[in-house]
Design a protein around this ligand. Sequence first.
Ligand SMILES: [Zn+2]
Length: 267
Amino acid sequence: MKILKRLFILFFPVWLVACTTTPTGRSQFIMISEETAIAQSATAYVQVMDDYNKKGQLSDDKALIERVNRITGRLIYEAIIMRPDTKNWKWSMKVIEDPKTVNAWSMAGGRMALYTGLVNKIEPTDDELAQVLAHEIAHALAKHTAEKMSVALATSLGVLAVSVATDNRNIATGASAAALVAVTLPNSRVAESEADEIGVELAARAGFNPHAAVTLWQKMSKESGSSSFDFLSTHPSSDKRIDRLQALVPRMMPYYEEQKPHPVYPL
Ligand SMILES: [Zn+2]
């Protein structure tokens, strides 16, 4: 609590002045700067991956890792064209061996994770998996992760969630703990719509079929009753969302149909 209070005081003046705009034109309040969010996320990412490594949960499935990196690499290539300053990000992707967890997330600065449960339970095609990963990249591009870290720092929910998310109070403190908490917080409906729109475009530009966004969410909602769906708890779905994605498809098809090479950003 002391740390939180100190951070709150430290960042309060920034909160008062920091009102930024997302790529879709919505203004957002950000209590910590994106630079701070990226730096703290880097620390949190190393800690959380180190933890998974110690538990033997970093996947060594070469074929899966190669598949995920190839798809993610094509998306990152387009993300850097969409937002050129992100070429300085330390883009990373890790596959976590956890067959029960249907989830994927991104932290500020392009640090991502995919859980094997999503691959095993949803059985996505490459086009569908690209939609999940592009959606996560879109959250990072639109600074939603910095926004959620601000929420984690500003509310008492953060204090509770830190101990839940880390299992270990020593693992992270202050803002890097907020980075861990942020990946467990649900996105607002507005942030979800933004990430859908940016994500489907990103995937289409990288040569992945926009129709797959619709079939992915259909599969998600069909499977949602049967297992622990962390992804759905942070990305609430509804029939409306599927309708909205369907409506996006015609506008995105020209990007998909453009005949061009799709370079892979090396991961
Ligand atoms: Zn989302």
